[in-house]
Design a protein around this ligand. Structure first.
Ligand code: AMP
Length: 420
C-alpha cells in the first residue's frame, strides 16, 4: 500500500478528500475548526513537496444546492491556516472546476464546492414524492447510481493521486470517500496522515488489547447503540453503560425511574444484554445513583437519588457521586479504555459533573500507562470542554466511523485504499 510519506507530490495534482464539516454560527463563522486543523499535516506535506491540491469535502446534509451549506464560508479561514490564497470552484463537477483544476500550479490549492450538493456523492435519490411507489424508488435509485459513475470519474479526472483524509466519513461508500479510489492505481492512492493515525488507533484497540479493557458507552438511546454494545461484549472486560440508556436498564430490572428517558420497547433487549454480559463474563457496570431534576433544564431543582427510586415528576439527568466513584475505580484499573457518549445531559452546565469525572478518571488511567481512545462528537466535546484532550491517548475525529470500525466492520473508505 502506498503511504503519504513515501509519495513525492512534486509536480503532481492530488485530490484530497477531507472532512471540513465544521460547525458554523448563524453568521457563517466557524465555531470549531478542529477538523480543518486535523487535515493540515496532509495538505502541508503535499505543498511542501511541490504538489498542488484539489480539496473535496461535504458540509452538513444539504438536499441540493443550498447557500447555507456552501464551502465558500470556510474559504478565508482555510487560506489563513494554509498560508496560501486558496481558489474556489462554485460547482464541484462543473466546467469551472475542471478548468481551474487543470490550471493549478505547484503550491496552489483549489477548494471545490460542497460535494453533497449532488445526490451522486451519496448515491441516494433525492426529491422522491412521499407516496412514490416501490417501482419509482427502484428506478430513481438505479438512475442515481448510473449518474454517480460519471460524477466519480469527473472528480477523479482532476488529479494524479487520490488521498483520503476524511476518517469521519470512512464508513460511507460515497463517490469521493470510496468509489473514486478505483480510478487510481495502488501507487497513486493513499491515506492522509489523519486517516493513518485513526486507523492505527482503532487497530490498537481491536488487535493489541492490554487488559482489563473497559468501554464506556453513554448517550441517550440503547436502540442506536445495540450493535456496538453486543459487539463490545465479545471484547471488553468491563462495559459501563451510562447516560440516558441507564434508565431503560433500571426499568427492565423493576426500578422506579420517574420521568427519566426510557425506551419502553427495549426493556427485553436490556435484559438480554445483561444476560449476555453475564454469560460472557463481562462486568456490566450501571449507575447506582442519579442527579435528578424536576424538569429538563439547566435551572431545574436538583437532588440525588438511588437510580431505581426516582420520584414521580423527576428525571435523572446525570449520574450521582456513588456512581462516579464506581465508574472511576473501574476506569483507573483499566489498561485499554474506549469512551463514547456522555454520562448525562452535558450540554447543561449543572449536569456535566459525571462526564467530567469519567474524563478525569480516563486521564489518570492514561497517566498510569493505559491506552485511551475517545470518539464521537459528544465525548470529544466533553474532553475539549473540560480541557482533558491532552491527557488521553487519542481523540478520534470519527463518531459513526469509529464505532463501526470498533464493531469490526470493514469501512468502505479504508477498504478502497488498502484493499481490506
Ligand atoms: P447520543 O446522541 O445517543 O450519542 O446521545 C448523546 C445525548 O444524550 C447528549 O445530547 C445528552 O444530552 C443525552 N443524554 C445523556 N444522558 C441523558 C439523560 N440522562 N437524559 C436525557 N438525555 C441524556
Amino acid at each position: 500500500m502506498q503511504t503519504i510519506d513515501n509519495f513525492n507530490f512534486a509536480g503532481k495534482k492530488a485530490f484530497v478528500r477531507v472532512d471540513f464539516n465544521v460547525p458554523l454560527d448563524e453568521n457563517f463563522n466557524i465555531t470549531d475548526d478542529t477538523r480543518m486543523r486535523a487535515a493540515l499535516p496532509t495538505l502541508k506535506k503535499i505543498l511542501a513537496d511541490g504538489g498542488s491540491i484539489i480539496i473535496g469535502s461535504h458540509l452538513g446534509r444539504p438536499k441540493g444546492v443550498n447557500e447555507k451549506y456552501s464551502l465558500k464560508h470556510i474559504l478565508p479561514h482555510l487560506s489563513e491556516l494554509l498560508g496560501v490564497d486558496v481558489q474556489f470552484a462554485n460547482d464541484c463537477v462543473g466546467e469551472e472546476a475542471a478548468v481551474k483544476a487543470a490550471a493549478l500550479q505547484p503550491g496552489e490549492v483549489l477548494l471545490l464546492e460542497n460535494l453533497r450538493f449532488y445526490a451522486e456523492e451519496e448515491g441516494k435519490p433525492r426529491g422522491l414524492a412521499d407516496d412514490a411507489s416501490e417501482e419509482e424508488k427502484k428506478a430513481a435509485k438505479k438512475a442515481v447510481k448510473e449518474s454517480q459513475k460519471d460524477f466519480t470519474k469527473r472528480l477523479a479526472s482532476y488529479a494524479d493521486a487520490y488521498v483520503n483524509d476524511a476518517f469521519g466519513t470512512a464508513h460511507r461508500a460515497h463517490a469521493s470517500t470510496a468509489l473514486m479510489a478505483a480510478y487510481f492505481d495502488t501507487d497513486h492512492k493513499m491515506f492522509g496522515y489523519l486517516m493513518e493515525k485513526e486507523v492505527k488507533a482503532v487497530e490498537k484497540v481491536l488487535n493489541d488489547i492490554n487488559r482489563p479493557f473497559t468501554a464506556i458507552m453513554g448517550g441517550s438511546k440503547v436502540s442506536s447503540k445495540i450493535e456496538i454494545i453486543e459487539n463490545l461484549l465479545n471484547k471488553v472486560d468491563n462495559l459501563i453503560i451510562t447516560g440516558g440508556m441507564t434508565y431503560t436498564f433500571t426499568k427492565a430490572m423493576g426500578g422506579k425511574i420517574g420521568n427519566s428517558i426510557c425506551e419502553e420497547d427495549k426493556l427485553e433487549l436490556a435484559k438480554e444484554l445483561m444476560a449476555k454480559a453475564k454469560e460472557k463474563g463481562v462486568n456490566l457496570v450501571l449507575a447506582v445513583d442519579a442527579k435528578i431534576a424536576d424538569n429538563f433544564s439547566n435551572d431545574a431543582n436538583t437532588a440525588f437519588a438511588p437510580v431505581n427510586e426516582i420520584p414521580d415528576g423527576w428525571e435523572g439527568l446525570d449520574i450521582g457521586p456513588k456512581s462516579e466513584e464506581i465508574f472511576a475505580n473501574v476506569i483507573k484499573n483499566s489498561k485499554t479504555i474506549l469512551w463514547n457518549g456522555p454520562t448525562g445531559v452535558f450540554e447543561f452546565e449543572n449536569f456535566t459533573h459525571g462526564s467530567r469525572s469519567v474524563g478525569e478518571a480516563i486521564v489518570e488511567a492514561t497517566k498510569n500507562g493505559a491506552f485511551s481512545l475517545v470518539g464521537g462528537g459528544d465525548s470529544v466535546a466533553c474532553v475539549n470542554k473540560f480541557g482533558l484532550a491532552d491527557g488521553v491517548s487519542y481523540v478520534s475525529t470519527g463518531g459513526g466511523a469509529l464505532l463501526e470500525a470498533i464493531e469490526g466492520k470493514v469501512l468502505p473508505g479504508i477498504e478502497a485504499i488498502r484493499g481490506y
